[in-house]
Every structure is written in C-alpha cells, then in structure tokens.
Ligand binder design. Sequence first.
Ligand code: ATP
Ligand code: MG
Length: 281
Amino acid sequence: MKRIRIALQKKGRLAEDSFRLLSEAGIIIPAAGERLRVPAINYPLEAYLLRDDDIPAYVADGVADIGIVGENVVYESGQPVEIIRRLGFGRCRLSLAVPKDSTIQSIEHLHGKRVATGYPRLTHHYLSEMGIKATIHALHGSTEIAPSLGLAEAIIDIVATGSTLLLHGLREIHTFLHSEAILIQRRGDTQTYEDFLFRIDAVLAARQQKYILFNLPESALPAVLKLLPGLKSPTVMPLAEPGWISVHTVVEEKLFWEIAQQLQGLGAQGLLVMNIEKLIR
Ligand code: ATP
Ligand code: MG
C-alpha cells in the first residue's frame, strides 16, 4: 500500500483531536518532539506537522496527499482543495462583533467603517457580496483588542463559545460561516485512500451512535420496534422473569433523548447507554 502523507496542525486547537481521530483509527503517530515529519508506527502514513494556515497549500501543491484543517482556513486560503470528510470537531463560526455600546447594530451599519480581521479574504468576499464598503485591516491575531485600541469599529473573526468576545466587551451581531475540521485532498486528486477512509469512517460513524439496552415487558415490543431505527433490527433476549425481555440496539446520539423518553413511556426500564468504539456498516 502506498504511504499516505497527511498534513496536521502541530500545536493548537485541532492538534489533539486530529491525533485522537488517527489513534482511534488504529494509526499511532509517536510524539514528534521537534520533528516536523513523523511516520506512523503501525500504518503506511507519514504526518507532516505544520501551522494550520500552511496546510491547504501543502495539499494543493501535492506535497501532502491529505490534510486535516478548519474549513475557515481552507476558504481563507483560496487553495484548490476539496472536502473528503467532515470531522465533527473544531466547530466555530466566522462572525461580526462590535463593542457592546456600539452604534453598529447590524451588518449594514458597517458601511464606511473599519473592520479588523484575521480573515481578510473571507471578509472581503462577504462584504462585497452584500454590497458593503468598509476598510479592512488584516491582523494576524488578537483582533479582539482592535476596537478598544481605536484601530477599528468592528471585528470579523472566529468565535467558538463567545467567551473571548465577552472578555473584551464585544457583542456578536452577524454570522457569515459555520466551520468544523475537515479532511481535504487536492482538487482533481484521483486517489481514493480507501483503506484509510474505511478506518476513519468507522470511527466517525461510531461517534454519532450509542449502543443502548433496556428491559421491556414483552407486550410492548411491537410499539418499541416501530420506534427504533436501529442498524437492522434490535437484538431481543428473554429475561429470567417471564413476560420480560432485554432489547439491545444502536441509536443516533442526536435522537437519543427523544427516544429514551418515548421508551420509558412504553414501559422500558433500566436503560443503559454505551459509547461505541468503531462501527462498520
Ligand atoms: P497555528 O499555530 O497552527 O497557525 P492558530 O493559532 O492559527 O494555529 P488555532 O487557534 O489553534 O489556530 O485554531 C485552529 C482552528 O481551530 C481554527 O482555524 C478553527 O478552525 C478552529 N477553532 C475552533 N474553536 C476555535 C476558537 N475558539 N478560536 C479559534 N479557532 C477555533
Ligand atoms: Mg494559524
């Protein structure tokens, strides 16, 4: 099998989750130390550990085959890469924020104002799309302090929880883009990375599902079967107590609470919920 070269963030918000995804897929990358190229111990893969901003270019130029990076960084880079998988971590959004007492109440009020941003390309794109003419100040970090320093009246930057904005007395008034970590390849790359994606998909699928089991009066089974989507059909086993069964199945995490309540309504007892490590459909 050909060795896959993957570009990963060396340090920062995506680094740990990226390594965890690979390790749950059974691909172990040893501690890098100062090294920037690290081969996996047990899989034909080599990790290039980079600043996240450089990852799209490495992939677009074919220096790395694939990469894990935030969507926001990919769009800002303008590099010709495409999304292979959405990875479900590193969620954030690109938003417009202003000082709490600002007269800027909506995006239209930005007209003629100054905006500080770490995302000049995206800012330019969204503002011109909306016909708003503002002066864009491109910064490499700490945009939150720009308004209080008098450099700009507003900022456009990445927000996750909003706590940094709060800390700087800023208020979010518009969101342009929602972002998460993505797996990318070069646009036009015809390789399929099948074996690698087989593993990644098993981990991603498992993360979205829960294994549940519960006890149920046998008479309630038909109603429960209608309720449960499951993988195929749930496993049903008799309990020692006559008239009672144990039902095992897999449910989507996002549906879990709704289903749990309905199951209880149908007489289910002792509902156990477990994480799934891998799921191969
Ligand atoms: P590098 O040193 O690799 O250039 P960085 O400082 O540019 O790192 P990080 O702050 O580590 O980048 O963020 C990496 C990515 O994590 C962002 O591009 C974004 O996709 C995502 N992210 C998730 N939550 C946040 C957040 N609260 N603030 C900023 N980025 C976030
Ligand atoms: Mg960066």
